[in-house]
Design a protein around this ligand. Structure first.
Ligand SMILES: [Zn+2]
Ligand SMILES: [Zn+2]
Length: 167
């Protein structure tokens, strides 16, 4: 079992590689970036919203990538939405193998903050694949966030409750 990071459309490889070590440390399993790029499925694009449907992209990942026992984190640059939600920072199987995050709304001129946000959303969505539900503790990474403000408040760490459910 390992964590595979998969770019969905073009995402800077260097950016993805910064996730490897921290995710290994947090989840205690190997993590590596896939060399392939998965195309963004055309049918996920909604021209009237100029956004991509995250669930469609998740389905496409499930169809194309081997499930094995791995946890696969798709990372994309495009803006995502889900049914009835204006936009989403990510979505995941709960529990399961597949998760996706978008870095689109996480961008900041502060590179360190940008990377921290990406890690936070990566841990959150992967946490769902490991069976963790949303957490009421607003400082915990599993707290639901639908804005970067909330992402910045919580950061990439689990609260002790979530940590005990994870291991
Ligand atoms: Zn969530
Ligand atoms: Zn928690």
């Amino acid at each position: 079992m390992e964590i595979l990071i998969q770019s969905i459309g073009t995402v800077e490889n260097k950016l993805l590689r910064t996730l490897e070590k921290p995710l290994e440390k947090i989840f205690g399993i190997n993590c590596h970036v896939s060399n392939d790029i998965l195309e963004i499925p055309e049918r996920s694009y909604n021209p009237s919203r100029d956004q991509y449907h995250s669930t469609e992209i998740l389905y496409s990942m499930m169809n194309i990538l081997k499930r094995d026992s791995n946890h696969i984190l798709g990372v994309t640059n495009v803006d995502l939405y889900a049914s009835r939600i204006n936009f989403v920072l990510g979505e995941a199987e709960y529990p399961g193998n597949f998760a996706i995050i978008s870095v689109n709304r996480l961008k900041s001129p502060n590179k360190k903050l940008f990377l921290k946000r990406i890690l936070t959303e990566a841990v959150h969505e992967l946490g769902h694949t490991f069976g963790l539900p949303h957490c009421k503790n607003h400082l915990c990474v599993m707290h639901f966030s639908n804005s970067v403000v909330e992402t910045d408040i919580k950061g990439p760490g689990f609260c002790s409750d979530c940590l005990s459910k994870l291991f």
